[in-house]
Design a binder for this molecule. Structure first.
Ligand SMILES: Cc1cc2nc3c(=O)[nH]c(=O)nc-3n(C[C@H](O)[C@H](O)[C@H](O)COP(=O)(O)O)c2cc1C
Ligand code: SF4
Ligand code: SF4
Length: 329
């Protein structure tokens, strides 16, 4: 209904931002239309492109549309926008095609984590054929928030009388981001992969770049860490690169992908867990865990090598990182 409401504001924003940007920093304009009509997306993109942006990003992962319906199965295809459209390739692909035809600017789209694996790879494969130049991984998850267990199961949001359908971003999304960034950049090196979702520290930026990201987005990181997260991240990156003797981003971009392979193709080392009794404080948490290989004897953990599968969980459980993993004799 209100397709063009934000256009004057966006125009002002682009005009005001551009003079301050170094010439090699592009402005990405994001397009969102509240239905699945390819024609409307194309016309809206034309308008946004005319504002002076350098790239077009289609918001095809927004969970807000899905939050308005308690059962999205009942919606007709044309009413599916945002995440509902992004997670349905048969609805999304005609939109991507119409937009790519409508502009000369590079077009990318923002993936919903609700697409899932391996469907996201089919989707990216088809979108590359259409002419999509980059993919942003990923938008927020669609969610149901927990009920308040101390108040009869009502919702916890102070301003809402119901427990409304919700979404979430932040750290819990990071593993979706790793997965999508790594697999898309590995299988589709001809397009750019922008990593987003769960990037809340400078280290996460390096991880994403090592998994092939060409650029990174963060939102929850800024909400929780403040806008200075961006300058802090750039400063940390400079220091990190000096420490590792990297002179440019390309020195470490994608190097993590060299180690990415199917578990059936990886060599398995026959190791066994061994607690460092000097570090161990005798808390017993490792022996109380699920592992049948560990018992406490005279206040210290003992690992029965016959039952240790070298899963690594004991060090995850141990509060002082007391476990080492050594080759089996
Ligand atoms: C308040 C809020 C507003 C958002 N608005 C948009 C938006 O307009 N377009 C978009 O693509 N994503 C939007 N997002 C999603 C974020 O860009 C991001 O994809 C998501 O939060 C996951 O990344 P994060 O873990 O860094 O937050 C919004 C998120 C929040 C919390
Ligand atoms: S590595 Fe796994 S199997 Fe071995 S002792 Fe630790 S928790 Fe048990
Ligand atoms: S969890 Fe760690 S500190 Fe606690 S008993 Fe086991 S090895 Fe020792």
């Amino acid at each position: 209904k209100n397709l063009f409401n934000f256009l004057p504001w966006a125009e002002e924003l682009v005009e005001n931002i551009k003079p301050y940007l170094p010439p090699d920093v592009p402005v990405i304009a994001q397009v969102l239309v509240h239905d699945a009509d390819p024609e409307k997306w194309a016309r809206h993109t034309e308008k946004v492109a005319s504002l002076g942006a350098d790239l077009i990003e289609l918001n095809t992962g927004c969970p807000v549309g899905a939050m308005g319906h308690i059962d999205a199965r009942k919606l007709p295809p044309e009413a599916k926008w945002g995440m509902l459209m992004g997670a349905s390739p048969e609805i999304l692909l005609p939109v991507l095609e119409a937009v790519v035809e409508a502009t000369n600017l590079p077009v990318g789209f923002k993936l919903s984590p609700e697409v899932g694996y391996p469907r996201m790879l089919y989707l990216v494969e088809e979108s590359v054929k259409i002419g999509i130049r980059y993919v942003v991984t990923t938008h927020k998850y669609f969610a149901v928030a927990p009920p308040d267990i101390w108040d009869h199961g009502v919702g916890k949001f102070p301003a809402l009388e119901a427990n409304c359908l919700a979404d979430f971003g932040g750290s819990a999304l990071r593993f979706s981001m790793y997965k999508a960034t790594a697999l898309i950049s590995k299988h589709f090196p001809q397009i750019d992969t922008f990593a987003g979702g769960g990037i809340v520290s400078a280290e996460h930026v390096v991880e994403a770049i090592m998994l092939g990201a060409n650029a990174c987005q963060t939102l929850t990181g800024i909400v929780s860490g403040g806008i200075k997260l961006l300058t802090r991240t750039n400063e940390w990156l400079d220091e990190y690169m000096k420490k590792c003797s990297y002179t440019k981003i390309d020195d470490f971009k994608g190097i993590g992908l060299r180690h990415l392979r199917a578990s059936t193709e990886a060599k398995f080392y026959y190791y066994v867990a061994q607690p460092d009794l000097g570090l161990c404080n005798g808390c017993g948490k490792c022996a109380e865990s699920y592992c049948p290989a560990i018992t406490m004897q005279k206040g210290k953990p003992v690992v029965d090598a016959r039952h240790c599968g070298c899963c690594g969980m004991c060090n995850f459980i141990c509060p002082v990182d007391a476990f080492n993993y050594i080759p089996r004799s």
